[in-house]
Design a protein around this ligand. Structure first.
Ligand SMILES: O=C(O)c1cc(C(=O)O)c2c(n1)C(=O)C(=O)c1cc(C(=O)O)[nH]c1-2
Length: 249
């Protein structure tokens, strides 16, 4: 992990005039230009140039990210002393792990991802035992979880803000995959549909915490670095997939 991400004291205490909330948010959103939606592996997937093996490789490897997310969110909770923030944040764990409360049952995002895996022709067992997960994906995802464990909780919250850009990539899959990949059972795409609403709610909370906490110019610049670190994690994950499965020109 980059030393400056775990040692905030290496940044100057006063980096100048703080940006307004609107300006700061606009700068965070502007980082979407480096989102993995622009990675060649994702472009291949969304433009219909992926083989079944390349689709399956992506789904099986992304499962490792899916199962890491609630562990990451539990790390945020464990570092956060504010019950009001925890009350909102705990919902993320339920979103992914599912729940059964008062007769209401939701199978959760990990189960939805396994259904996606089956829809693309993978057996649950070969996804759950992680046999397809390549080292670069493991390292990238583990870096995210480790950052959330060790950083102040507000920084871990900030690192989740790639979710600002996630609804667009989910919408892109919903719009393009059925036409390009008719061999995938459309029911398997439910994960992406479910995330549209969940990500919007997540982003509201994550953005609130970030805009409140990173209030000096030096902190705001640090927030941008943290977001870039997370963008790099997702980009590296796709790089590792491209190395393993190739990218069609
Ligand atoms: O499919 C994607 O491209 C994508 C990206 C991201 C992201 O930007 O981190 C998330 C998700 N999906 C996702 O489904 C999800 O639940 C999620 C949680 C988080 C997070 O950092 O807490 N990111 C993402």
């Amino acid at each position: 992990m980059r030393a400056d991400l775990i040692h905030p004291e290496r940044h100057p205490a006063d980096g100048g005039t703080p940006w307004s909330r609107e300006d700061f948010e606009a700068r965070l959103r502007e980082r979407g230009r480096a989102y993995h939606i622009h990675h060649p592996y994702n472009r291949m997937l969304s433009e219909g140039r992926a083989t079944p093996e390349q689709v399956r490789g992506w789904v099986a490897n992304r499962y490792y990210y899916q199962i890491a997310i609630p562990i990451k969110d539990a790390a945020v909770l464990s570092n956060c002393p504010d019950p009001a923030v925890r009350r909102g944040w705990v919902q993320r764990i339920l979103d992914h792990d599912g729940f059964e409360i008062g007769g209401v049952r939701d199978a959760g995002g990990i189960e939805a991802w396994l259904r996606l895996a089956e829809a693309v022709g993978l057996a649950r067992e070969e996804v759950q035992d992680l046999r397809h997960v390549v080292p670069g994906v493991r390292f990238a995802v583990d870096a995210y979880v480790n950052f959330a464990r060790r950083a102040p909780w507000q920084e871990a919250v900030c690192s989740s803000l790639t979710e600002l850009f996630a609804p667009e990539i989910h919408r892109q899959r919903l719009a393009t995959w059925p036409g390009h990949y008719p061999w995938i059972d459309a029911e398997g795409l439910a994960y992406f549909r479910n995330r549209l609403g969940q990500a919007r709610r997540d982003v509201e909370q994550g953005l609130q915490v970030t805009l409140d906490h990173f209030s000096t110019r030096a902190l705001q610049e640090r927030a941008l670095e943290i977001l870039q670190f997370k963008l790099d994690i997702l980009w590296s994950l796709s790089d590792a997939l491209a190395t393993r499965y190739g990218v069609a020109a």
